[in-house]
Design a protein around this ligand. Structure first.
Ligand SMILES: Nc1nc2c(ncn2[C@@H]2O[C@H](COP(=O)(O)OP(=O)(O)OP(=O)(O)O)[C@@H](O)[C@H]2O)c(=O)[nH]1
Ligand SMILES: [Mg+2]
Length: 247
């Protein structure tokens, strides 16, 4: 289980937001997060074959790295439990196959994703070129306005700073166009892997809390109604005082 506090999000928030939404922080402090703590958010990881989707998930979930390539057949998934601002939160990480012949099976698992992570290899410009196709396939099965998008460049350890900064330009431009948050990682060294998944968990959590607050409107949700022995005689008969509308 990974614990995420407000300070930690700040470290990982390289791109868009600096810290958790104030409404969300307050709701967590006041334990008004409704059912968020009991829900599991679905995350799908897509991208070309052998770009490193499985390695990325394994580095985060198992802190392991395998240099041998074993193609994912269809899909795999891992559950990861977090605690965000003191509230339990779970991600279900779906690792899909990049190989063309498994795409058909894999795509049947795209539905219901809250987060879509599109991966490419920073050493392979062609894999970046295929990102839009992966996006289109993933969004066919989901509500495009509701999905949170990440563009992730993998195998950063294999590129020189000069090579990397060249592809980074294109990646950042594309990320902006498709409205994705961009990250570059290495599953071999572990660079940015934990930070990236903390970011995913935090943003998914935040979105869910905000949705929950919106849904409930002014209604108090998740607030605790305390019953203790002095507040009332809970064992006394409730029949004594029948409401009488005529008096
Ligand atoms: N140097 C380096 N190699 C990596 C990294 N990530 C993955 N690899 C290697 O790239 C190959 C493919 O990695 P996978 O994670 O299996 O790729 P995948 O995207 O899951 O492939 P499919 O399941 O076929 O779609 C393996 O040989 C990995 O060891 C990385 O960060 N650095
Ligand atoms: Mg795989």
């Amino acid at each position: 289980e990974s614990k995420i506090t407000a300070g930690q999000l700040k470290d990982a928030a390289l791109h868009i937001k600096e810290d958790f939404n104030n409404k969300v922080k307050t709701a967590c402090q006041e334990q008004r997060t409704g059912t968020v703590g009991f829900k599991i958010s679905k995350v799908i990881v897509v991208g070309d074959l052998a770009v490193g989707k499985t390695c990325l998930i394994n580095r985060f979930c198992k802190d392991a790295f395998d240099k041998n390539y074993k193609a994912t057949i269809g899909v795999d998934f891992e559950m990861e439990r977090f605690e965000v601002l003191g509230v339990p939160f779970s991600l279900q990480l779906w690792d899909t196959a990049g190989q063309e012949r498994f795409k058909c099976i894999a795509s049947t698992y795209y539905r219901g994703a809250q987060v879509v992570i599109i991966t490419f290899d920073v050493n392979d410009i062609a894999s970046l070129g295929h990102v839009r196709q992966w996006l289109e396939d993933a969004l066919k099965e989901n509500d495009p306005t509701a999905v949170q998008l990440f563009l992730v460049g993998t195998k950063k350890d294999l590129s020189s700073p000069a090579q990397y900064s060249q592809i980074e330009q294109d990646a950042l431009k594309l990320a902006q166009e498709i409205r994705a948050e961009y990250w570059a990682v290495s599953s071999l060294t572990g660079e940015n892997v934990k930070e990236f998944f903390f970011r995913v968990a935090s943003l998914a959590f935040e979105t869910n809390v905000l949705a929950e607050l919106e849904k409930s409107g002014s209604r108090q949700i998740g607030g605790i109604v305390r019953i203790n022995s002095t507040s009332n005689n809970v064992y006394a008969s409730s029949k004594k005082k029948q409401p009488n509308c005529c008096q």
